[in-house]
Design a protein around this ligand. Structure first.
Ligand SMILES: NC(=O)c1ccc[n+]([C@@H]2O[C@H](COP(=O)([O-])OP(=O)(O)OC[C@H]3O[C@@H](n4cnc5c(N)ncnc54)[C@H](OP(=O)(O)O)[C@@H]3O)[C@@H](O)[C@H]2O)c1
Length: 312
């Protein structure tokens, strides 16, 4: 498994990471506990050393699981804090006292010193308030975590995070949503921010198997994410991309993975498998070394994206 520098943090990470939201049962439906174990173990045995989680995934149970299965002294764990599950209704909280308790709980569950801690989807206003940023900097300085950063839901939040000195930013980056990372590329490379690209399959859409009338089970976040019409448009946008993918890398899924890895700014692509079979397919199709996408393919993909109305 190749490694890349995580911006200018001095840390190197494997260019594929195991994301664990899909394993938590929260966003996409249940996964049996034994399969969760097998996916984590398979990731380790394939050389993946970066694991992405959050304190809220399965109400902390995924952090506990990672703490149990990742050997001591091995790997890096990215976790995220800033959601108060005990509040009614559940709410985002970025005040220092809540964050401090959250850090302690995560460290206890992970059974290791905290490696990388991200504020989990703060609004721009929360970040601009700066008390949470000051707190994270201070906690890093006293050795509570190795690196701090922000998991950003938009280019604006990512830009604010970079301006506030976040060492790591995680954001969605895929063939249907390339624009957010492109919008902050200048600032990120100038500041040496480590970039983790998530949702590289656009929540499964870019695996390329969906029909326009694909149904999702209740509780699957994708049931609420798109209207019928939006889903129809999204599936139809894939045709041009599939045509280019089949010419160069066989599958749309391979093109999607390699699109993320082809961007030098991306330190790691955070995968979201729900089974060992999916994980191994993703590792195989991602390719093992550059060039992940030939320049001619990138040019053709860009043309198809523009024709499909996707902003680069
Ligand atoms: N705000 C945040 O911090 C945030 C937000 C989102 C994600 N993340 C992190 O990023 C990780 C990945 O994000 P994501 O869930 O948005 O990822 P994604 O990779 O875009 O989509 C994951 C979905 O794709 C499908 N899939 C995965 N491997 C496949 C394969 N080999 N063939 C066909 N379909 C496949 C699965 O759904 P089906 O098989 O059910 O179709 C899976 O649930 C998460 O686990 C989490 O760690 C963080």
């Amino acid at each position: 498994m190749r490694k890349r520098a995580l911006g200018n943090t001095g840390v190197e990470v494997t260019e594929l990471a195991l994301g664990t939201w899909g394993l938590s049962g929260d966003g996409y439906g249940a996964v049996v506990a034994a399969e969760v174990d097998r996916v984590i173990d398979a990731a380790l045995s394939h050389g993946i050393e970066l694991f992405d989680t959050a304190d809220v995934y399965a109400k902390g149970a995924i952090e506990t699981k990672l703490g149990e299965r990742i050997p001591k002294g091995k790997g890096f764990v990215v976790t995220k804090i800033g959601t108060d599950l005990a509040a009614q209704p559940i709410r985002k909280r970025f005040d220092p006292s809540f964050l401090e308790e959250s850090l302690d709980r995560s460290a206890e569950r992970l059974k290791r010193p905290l490696d990388i801690v991200l504020l989990h989807n703060p609004t721009q206003a929360a970040l601009e308030k700066a008390e949470c940023v000051g707190f994270m900097r201070e906690q890093k300085n006293i050795g509570k975590m190795r690196l701090w950063g922000v998991s950003a839901g938009s280019a604006d939040v990512a830009r604010t995070a970079i301006e506030q000195g976040a060492e790591v930013v995680e954001l969605a980056y895929n063939l249907t949503l390339p624009g957010d990372l492109h919008a902050i590329a200048g600032e990120a490379s100038q500041r040496g921010t480590g970039i983790l690209a998530r949702s590289v399959l656009a929540y499964g859409l870019l695996a390329g198997h969906w029909t326009q009338d694909r149904e999702f089970y209740p509780g699957d976040h994708r049931a609420d994410r798109w209207t019928r019409e939006e889903l129809r448009i999204r599936v139809s946008q894939l045709e041009g991309l599939r045509e280019v993918a089949s010419k160069y890398v066989l599958t749309l899924r391979a093109a999607a993975l390699r699109f993320a890895l082809a961007n030098d700014l991306v330190s790691s692509a955070v995968l979201g498998p729900r089974s060992v079979a999916q994980l191994e397919q993703l590792i195989r199709e991602a390719g093992s070394e550059p060039p992940y996408l030939r320049d001619t393919m990138l040019v053709e993909l860009s043309a198809k994206l523009e024709a499909a109305g996707i902003k680069l």
